[in-house]
Design a protein around this ligand. Structure first.
Ligand code: HEM
Length: 429
């Protein structure tokens, strides 16, 4: 009798918990690819990783709508993939309820240490408050001269050598280190100049410097590589950009560069199509109800305008898919068209778009918005303007694939971080 009860009780508890949990979450009837199509060990995650960066998530999002579920690898609970802009804004706004996924934190700690990118909760608020002054508009303006000087050095080097990169020679593999070498002191300079890091331990300061170097240069350098690839593919855009920067005689100070409209449009279009961080992840720390901008139809036919989630729910947020959704950006969403940023009404009103820099999620949003986005944009513009003033970029016949390996990476002939490009000297107007 006692033996039967000791077996029955856990079973009753398990069933009761299952029934209560089902009510706490809407995931059961969420749309998504069929469970039968999932691998028993990898779920849908391997399929999503294969192919071009975020290609599979984009396909599923256009099929199932802006919130859907997939089977997770290793028998974990289903993952919600969410690209609905109201839902994503809600998730990014509340950093105490939605924290970074447990899978990313150990990797971050190993690669860059326990700085602000890794920190969570009160530790994150503390570190972010002390570090933010180094990245304000005023601080970036103070770094402007150093950045412009570095960009000039890179350009002089290229022009002097009259680099000609033939097929097989890797411009990206070259550009990354050059940029990193040319710009090493900027962040530490700004941290020193703020003199307000008192409160951070020496280890935290060191971890944050390596965070800024990795998080900053890997992303900005990567975006520049894709910018040069797009310019090489479109001589029209390249010529128009070169005309604008060659006709601009002022020094490339922070305020001056804001006047270059076409450079601004090219910058936005590169960062829309090639966001250096293609997706991010969050996990719910408590039960919550997530608002939806677009109602979703569930498998049982009901239509939801908000979505109940349970503590522990993992989310994948496909930033690249959101930036290129044809329902939001139009039929030419996947094409490189800087003019869309300059044509009245070519882009939807901002209340129908995500909340973030230029209504995109490239730098995410909320209290964990990329701390270095102003610096990144300025560096990107100065380097692109300086290089395109005196160099022409030409495509090779290499096929460039894009992979989401924490950051967006070009892959050519199976080699990662490789982006062949041919350079010649530009004629001056
Ligand atoms: C094109 C260039 C860049 C892009 C697209 C980019 C993108 C992002 C994104 C998407 C995040 C949020 C990641 C997440 O929450 O999962 C982020 C965070 C961060 N970025 Fe950037 N980033 C860029 C450049 C930079 C630069 C130049 C720096 C600093 C020198 C920097 C430092 C950081 C740091 C420290 C965080 C963590 C912020 C926090 O959690 O409070 N990034 N970045």
């Amino acid at each position: 009798m006692f033996f039967a009860a000791s077996l029955a009780l856990p079973l009753v508890w398990f069933i009761a918990r299952f029934i209560v949990n089902r009510k706490r979450s809407d995931i059961r009837y969420a749309p998504g690819p069929s469970a039968k199509s999932a691998s028993w060990i990898w779920g849908h995650e391997l399929e999503a990783f294969r192919g071009q960066a975020l290609e599979v998530y984009s396909k599923w999002m256009y099929t199932y709508g802006p919130l859907f579920k997939i089977n997770a690898a290793f028998f974990h609970n289903d993952i919600i993939v969410v690209g609905d802009h109201a839902a994503v804004q809600h998730i990014f706004a509340d950093i105490f309820t939605y924290m970074k996924g447990p899978s990313l934190r150990p990797i971050t700690a190993n690669i860059v240490g326990k700085g602000v990118l890794w920190a969570e909760g009160e530790d994150h608020v503390f570190q972010r408050r002390l570090l933010s002054p180094a990245f304000t508009l005023e601080s970036v303006k103070k770094m402007a001269d150093v950045i412009s000087e570095c960009a000039e050095k890179v350009q002089c080097l290229f022009t002097w050598l009259e680099w000609k990169f033939d097929q097989g020679k890797t411009f990206a593999g070259f550009l990354g280190p050059v940029v990193i070498r040319a710009f090493p002191s900027i962040v530490s300079l700004s941290l020193k100049s703020q003199n307000n890091t008192a409160g951070l331990s020496t280890a935290q300061i060191i971890d944050n410097i390596s965070t800024f170097i990795m998080a900053g240069h890997e992303t900005t350098g990567g975006a520049l590589n894709f910018a040069l690839m797009e310019l090489a593919r479109s001589s029209r855009v390249q010529q128009k950009l070169r005309r604008e920067v060659q006709q601009f005689r002022d020094a490339l100070s922070y305020d001056a560069i804001q006047k270059l409209e076409y450079l601004d449009a090219v910058t936005k279009e590169v960062l829309r199509l090639h966001p250096s961080v293609p997706h991010t992840e969050r996990v719910a720390m408590r039960d919550d109800i997530i608002p939806l901008a677009t109602p979703i139809r569930m498998r049982n036919g009901t239509v939801l305008t908000s979505f109940k989630v349970q503590k522990g729910q993992v989310f994948h947020i496909p930033l690249m898919t959101m930036n290129t959704n044809p329902k939001v950006w139009g039929e030419d969403a996947g094409e490189f068209q800087p003019e869309r940023w300059l044509t009245p009404n070519a882009i939807r009103p901002s209340n129908e778009l995500p909340h973030g820099w230029s209504n995109m999620v490239t730098f995410t949003d909320g209290p964990r918005l990329c701390i270095g986005y102003r610096l990144a944009l300025f560096e990107f513009k100065v380097i692109l303007a300086t290089l395109s003033r005196s160099l022409e970029f030409h495509s090779t016949d290499a096929t460039v694939n894009r992979k989401d390996i924490l950051t967006l990476q070009p892959v050519v002939d199976g080699k990662c971080g490789v982006l062949p490009l041919r350079l010649t000297l530009a004629s001056h107007t």
